[in-house]
Structures are given as C-alpha cells and as structure tokens.
Design a protein around this ligand. Structure first.
Ligand code: CO
Length: 424
C-alpha cells in the first residue's frame, strides 16, 4: 500500500486516509487476476457463526493457579487490546469461577426467594421468561481485576492490556428487575440485606444490601441478545451493576432476605480489603473510577514512529464518566480525550486521542474522572493505602512506557520501578 504524496499530518490524524490503494493496482473488472475467493462459490451457511479463522488469536487468557487439583478455580481474561467499541463478544467476556462451570438443566433449575418475606416463592426459568424485562448496558469488573499491578506485584511485569486489566467486560443484559420479584414475595419490614447464592459446586454466595437490590439489580436471562452462556451463569445470573463482579452471582438459585449480612466465605476469606494500618474493610462494593489505554499496549508488535491513535476504555461503578485525559509526557500535561457513544450510567465509554510519536522514549497514560468528581489515582497513591499483597479494587492509572525501538512495557510510578529502569 502506498501513501498519497503530500498527505498532511492533519489529514492523517483526522482519520480520512492513512493509506490508499491506487486504482491501477487492482483490475477494474473480474478476470484471471482477481483473488481466488472471487472465482469459486463461497462457503455455505452456518447455524451458528464463528469468527474468521484468521482471528484465532483473539482469545481469552486463562489463569488457573491451582490447575492440578482445582482446574475450575481461576480466571479467563478478556483480550481488551484486540477489541473495539464497548461491548464484549459473549465468547470473550471474562470468566471468574471458583469451582468450575456447572452443567445445569434449565428445565429443572429453580430460583427460591425466602427468608424475611411474606410468601416464599419458587420460580422455574419458564416462569421468569414470562415477566416484563428490561435491557441495560453494564460493565462487570472483578474485584480482583488488575491484580498484576497490585501490591501483590511490587515490580511491574510486562503483560498485554487484557492480561492485566481483562477482568472487566461489558454486555447488554436483559432480565427481570429483582425488585419486582421481591415485591411479589412481599418484603418484611426488618429485611435490610439479602443473601444471593449460586448453584455451582462452590455455592458462591454474597450479601447484598436490600437498597441495591431494589434499585438496579437484574435477574439476567440474556446477554447481548442471546441466552446467557454456561460460563456466565446459564440459565440465570444476578447482575448488580457497578459493583465488584462476584456479587453478580452466576447460576443464581436462591435469594434469602435477612436482617444482617450473612458473612459468607466469599466475603470474609476473600474480597475484603487489607489496609496499610492492618485493619480490613469488609464491604467495599462499587468498583471505583478507572480507565486504561487498550491501544497501543505492551505486546508483540512494536509501535511505529508517526501518527498513533490512542484509544481505551473508562468506567465507574459510581456513575457516569465525566472526562478522560491522556498524557504522553509522564503526567506533566494532560489532554482531554474524545469520548465515543452514549455515556450511560454504569456503562463504560470508549475514549480516543490522536497523537504523533516522535520516536523518542516516553510513556502514555490515561486518567478518568467520574460524574461524582472521583479522579482515578496514581498507582503510588493507591498502593500506599493498602497492605502488602493487597490486590482488590485496584483502579490506579496504567502507564505504558514506549522505548525508541517501539517496544512497549508496563511501568509503575514508584521508586522500585524507577530503580528497575536505571539498572538496565
Ligand atoms: Co470490595
């Protein structure tokens, strides 16, 4: 492909034409010089379509810390750097399971509503499918997302965007508002919390304040238009928008209304936050304001000098995104990024910033501010609040360091990382 002579930097950055193919390089009519796929009939129809075989590397990265004896405990991370827009394809939505994916028979599966209710109720899936539904675009982020940049990893390790931050995915969820089901059962006056439990072999369960259940929590049946996939909670999952991901209980089987939190294993042994002073936060539900540059990112293809389209995602579990800023000079100056799309509450935005890289060593980073004026922190400011090894709720700024050869590395803003660089 040839570049048009005299194409200005302005034209390049406006996205009108990065390169063009002169008309003469392809035949004007279909003849022997036409590509093979134009000279024979194509493939027939598929009952369920799959991505192009050439896109086989667009896949989740799997992490199974106890692979030998508990292969169903771990994560599969969304390849954020390979995706565009805000919606995650269903097959690439991140997965966090504690004891594997249950093979549930949807005809047998039941949802029990009990505890502090006037009338305990049991729903079959076919019953739930008859209720009025609503559709919302929400992100789900695991409480442990970005653990590779947390206090568990004091020295920055080099991984792609998705393999650091890919425990965040976004879908259009369709389901029955939980409040309608709870009202049907009749909420007793002293009910303030509820327990939500999954039908997996780990019986994943969490306590949720009733207020959130009556606000925007969904019993989701559909994800991006189709029935939820097994690893996402088939036949039903709770979607508790904006809050740490494991509260969005998959394979939902039971909701019990209670006076107090239940203090389950999944909110005491895990998903609590060790502070620097040795105390622990028990319940920190919303995922705080965050952004990350998804392109360019650490990875195999070195960056080329010249125009660079910087893009990424920003989200907040506390509201909408107010602004995203991008710095290309180690945080000395910040430039407002363009925000794409609708910018809805508890849904991410795609941000974009056009830049020209002069080929010198530098670093790029993004910083989000939400509608409640929360500003995404620097890693050193985030890190110091928490104890050694703490990994949950890491919403700190991701810095990508670009070297003159175009290679991109993960960088921390604290002393340990600076020492690492000066040694090399
Ligand atoms: Co938390």
């Amino acid at each position: 492909m040839k570049k048009i002579k005299g194409l200005t930097r302005r034209a390049l950055l406006s996205g009108t034409a990065i390169s063009v193919i002169p008309a003469s390089s392809f035949a004007q009519s279909i003849n022997e010089g036409s590509p093979a796929w134009m000279k024979t009939p194509g493939e027939s129809f598929n009952e369920y379509g799959l991505p192009s075989s050439q896109e086989i590397n667009t896949k989740r990265e799997i992490f199974q810390p106890y692979e030998e004896y508990a292969p169903g405990a771990g994560v599969a991370m969304t390849p954020l750097e390979k995706l565009e827009g805000i919606i995650t394809p269903n097959g690439l939505h991140f997965e966090r399971s504690h004891n594997g994916v249950p093979n549930i028979d949807a005809r047998q599966h039941e949802l029990l509503i009990h505890g502090l209710v006037e009338t305990p109720l049991v729903f079959k899936i076919e019953d739930l499918l008859k209720y009025p539904m609503e559709t919302k675009t929400y992100f789900i982020e695991c409480g442990g997302n970005s653990f590779y940049n947390s206090n568990a990893f004091p020295i920055a390790i080099d991984r792609t965007c998705g393999s650091i931050h890919g425990l965040m995915s976004t879908s259009e969820w369709t389901g029955v508002p939980l409040k309608n089901i709870l009202k049907e059962a009749g909420i007793k006056k002293d009910a303030l919390w509820l327990l939500a439990e999954g039908a997996d072999a780990g019986a994943m369960s969490r306590s949720i304040p009733l207020e959130k259940a009556l606000d925007d929590t969904l019993i989701a049946l559909y994800q991006n238009g189709e029935r939820i996939r097994p690893e996402q909670g088939y036949p039903i999952r709770l979607v508790v928008p904006g809050w740490e991901g494991n509260i969005s209980i998959k394979w939902l089987r039971r909701i019990k209304l209670t006076k107090k939190p239940t203090y389950t294993k999944d909110e005491t042994s895990k998903y609590s936050d060790l502070l620097a002073n040795g105390k622990t936060l028990q319940f920190t539900f919303p995922m705080e304001v965050k952004s990350v540059i998804t392109q360019p990112t650490a990875g195999a293809i070195p960056l080329k000098k010249g125009p660079v389209h910087i893009t990424g995602l920003a989200w907040s579990g506390l509201g909408k995104i107010k602004k995203v800023e991008v710095s290309t000079d180690k945080g000395k100056t910040w430039n407002t990024a363009h925000i794409d799309g609708a910018n809805q509450k508890l849904s991410p935005v795609r941000f974009r910033y056009n830049w020209i890289w002069n080929g010198e060593e530098c670093s790029i980073e993004s910083r989000a501010t939400d509608s409640k004026n929360n500003v995404q922190p620097q890693r050193k400011d985030w890190s110091i609040k928490y104890g050694l090894g703490h990994l949950y709720h890491n919403n700190s700024i991701q810095i990508w360091r670009i070297m003159p050869d175009g290679q991109i590395y993960n960088e921390y803003d604290d002393l340990a990382q600076n020492e690492k660089w000066s040694e090399e």
